[in-house]
Design a protein around this ligand. Sequence first.
Ligand SMILES: Nc1nc2c(ncn2[C@@H]2O[C@H](COP(=O)(O)OP(=O)(O)OP(=O)(O)O)[C@@H](O)[C@H]2O)c(=O)[nH]1
Ligand SMILES: [Mg+2]
Length: 368
Amino acid sequence: MFERHQGGDKAVLVCLDFGEPDYLENIEEFKLLAEGNGYKALAVIQGKRQRPDPKLFAGSGKVEEIAAALAATGASTVLFNHALAGAQERNLERALECRVSDRVRLILDIFGQRARSNEGKLQVELAQLQYMSTRLVRGWTHLERQRGATGTRGGPGETQLEMDRRMLNERVIKLKAKLKDLQRHRDTQRRARERSKQFSVSLVGYTNAGKSTLFNALTHAKAYAADQLFATLDTTSRKLFLDPQHSIVLSDTVGFIRDLPHGLVAAFRATLEETVRADLLLHVVDSASDTREAQIEAVNLVLKEIDADAIPQIVIWNKIDLKGGEPEVERDEYGRIRAVRMSAKTGLGLDLLRQVLVEAMPDYSTTE
Ligand SMILES: Nc1nc2c(ncn2[C@@H]2O[C@H](COP(=O)(O)OP(=O)(O)OP(=O)(O)O)[C@@H](O)[C@H]2O)c(=O)[nH]1
Ligand SMILES: [Mg+2]
């Protein structure tokens, strides 16, 4: 119904509280999501509700408040920090007479912008199509324009909606086939690596926790690290010597986020496969964030979804330079390594982490 947004569009942000404990702090993340999509956040509307309104998601009073904020700021878009049903989104657009986007679309669009590799692009497109199939009435027209309408016409009597659905399904099938091909190639590579019996370690963690910064600090690589959500989409692996006798393969991966669209997790399964097969996970946490516990939980949830929850984990309490404190190894009552407090950016505790990794390797034996 409304045109796609251009960079710099003004937006009103809506974040409702349904009793989620970490809701207030989430507004910062929500702003990053909006800004990452090129929006200027002019107003934030908050409110409390027991449960979403089936028609408009927000209550009618709240919708009036949003309309007033639109009028006052001259914003052209309303962004919701929640997953909206397609019908709710359409009803809101009708009621507010402007474009409405939800959290899932914001996440998908950021992934769309950031995807670099062929595989990453295909995965994002697949997730976007799956999202659009729930909003066929308007979403597909946009795709058609973007791609230059290559679909074939059906027989007479086929409605626009049926045709759209058919084109979408055809594209989904094609994408899945292409991804399968790429996956086969990836499997071959991995088997070669497995034959060489490398101890493999994957960096996992919430987006913006500092995984790529740590990856770069350890490997002297130049992976893209930035103060934005989902700076990394593709898995990068490097061989790393911890000391002359010990080497591992270290992988940097896509960051996780609360409410990661289900289709997106599935689409990224292949990329995340590296994580699933790892011998050890370094779970990087922004220790200076107020929502760190909720972030850890969100990450563990995704790990469970991709069957990686049984892999041993060491927590990296990163960014200790922000709050002060010494680098330190935390152990449980049996002396097993639980966590390392460090700073990837300043390099504080990096040597400690290298020692910890050597200790975590299977062939490690103490000489005491
Ligand atoms: N102060 C401080 N900032 C850090 C530290 N580690 C990373 N950062 C900053 O945190 C931001 C995010 O870092 P990245 O390494 O891109 O984070 P990431 O986990 O790879 O993020 P995604 O790829 O988006 O999932 C950047 O601005 C980094 O400079 C640290 O130890 N201390
Ligand atoms: Mg990264």
